[in-house]
Design a protein around this ligand. Structure first.
Ligand code: R5P
Length: 279
């Protein structure tokens, strides 16, 4: 049975439509800011859907409280579906004294959950920190369905070599060509990119990435493509972690911007719910 926390509220209607009845959960805040959770069902197995976008820490605590309540009510098997896993970019120590934050989150979730499902995690290698079964789901099918017709016989590009797998997964679903840019990050807000070595003149292009934050990567890529004579430039990303003004800035630079609904944003037009209800 599915249970939805406040980080999954925006998916609730579609989850109910495609996945059936949900466990009732009351979620409130105490006057001092602490969370109060009360589940009304007692399923033996439950799948808790909770994305952990801002306020990240509150959503994580809720995920733990919901699991504790479900265990208290007799649940024997719990799965966490965390479409956007907060702290997943803090996957290494860069300065003495820092934690591997994603490890702390995964190990803690592992105290309560038997299985963990995430979408397009920043570093899939970090899933090994979760003690049980951990799966990285892909939004490629949903992205291909959304952009397929708009793209026609266009090309799918990744903004850097590391993201090539994403572009490949979308392109293969549509039977299209794919490639990648060469990207070098100069600072947290500045990237240097070289044009791709494929001919994009007169063709539609879809750029696929895992995250859009400041939008710098996508804007740079879109401008290069326009300079190379691309027809329409579309942008898709799994997680819209948009910094202030990024939606508008990217929107102006491209013909269409769409992200998935792992995080609710005004451009979360691609749904991951069909993948969740398949689990
Ligand atoms: C980098 O590793 C990620 O895949 C994204 O390319 C990056 O987070 C995008 O950031 P921004 O939108 O700030 O360029």
């Amino acid at each position: 049975m599915l249970a939805v926390g406040s980080g999954g509220k925006h998916l609730e209607e579609e989850l109910r439509k495609l996945g059936g009845d949900l466990v009732g959960i009351e979620i409130k805040k105490f006057p001092d800011g602490e969370k109060y959770v009360c589940v009304s069902g007692s399923p033996r197995e439950a799948t808790v859907v909770q994305s952990t976008f801002a306020p990240q820490d509150e959503h994580i605590v809720e995920l733990l409280l919901i699991a504790d309540a479900l265990r208290e009510n007799g649940a024997e098997k719990l799965r966490a579906v965390v479409p956007y896993l907060a702290y997943s970019r803090q996957d290494r120590v860069t300065k003495n004294g820092e934690p591997v934050s994603v490890r702390a989150i995964m190990k803690t979730l592992g105290v309560y959950y038997d299985e963990l499902y995430v979408f397009d995690i920043h570093n899939p290698g970090t899933l090994r920190f979760f003690p049980g079964k951990a799966v990285n789901l892909s939004p490629a099918k949903a992205m291909a369905e959304y952009f397929g017709e708009r793209l026609g016989d266009g090309i799918v590009l990744a903004p850097d070599k590391g993201a090539l797998g994403r572009a490949k997964a979308v392109a293969e679903k549509l039977g299209l060509e794919y490639s990648h840019f060469e990207k070098e990050r100069i600072s947290p807000t500045e990237v240097r990119m070289k044009p791709v070595d494929v001919d994009v003149a007169g063709r539609n292009v879809l750029i696929v990435d895992d995250i859009i934050s400041t939008g710098g990567t996508m804007i740079r890529a879109a401008n290069l493509l326009k300079d190379m004579g691309a027809e329409k430039v579309f942008v898709a990303a799994t997680h819209g972690v948009f910094a202030e003004g990024a939606i508008e800035r990217v929107g102006k630079a491209v013909d269409e911007l769409a992200v998935t609904n792992t995080i609710p944003t005004p451009v979360s037009k691609i749904s991951v719910v069909p993948e969740i209800v398949k689990l």
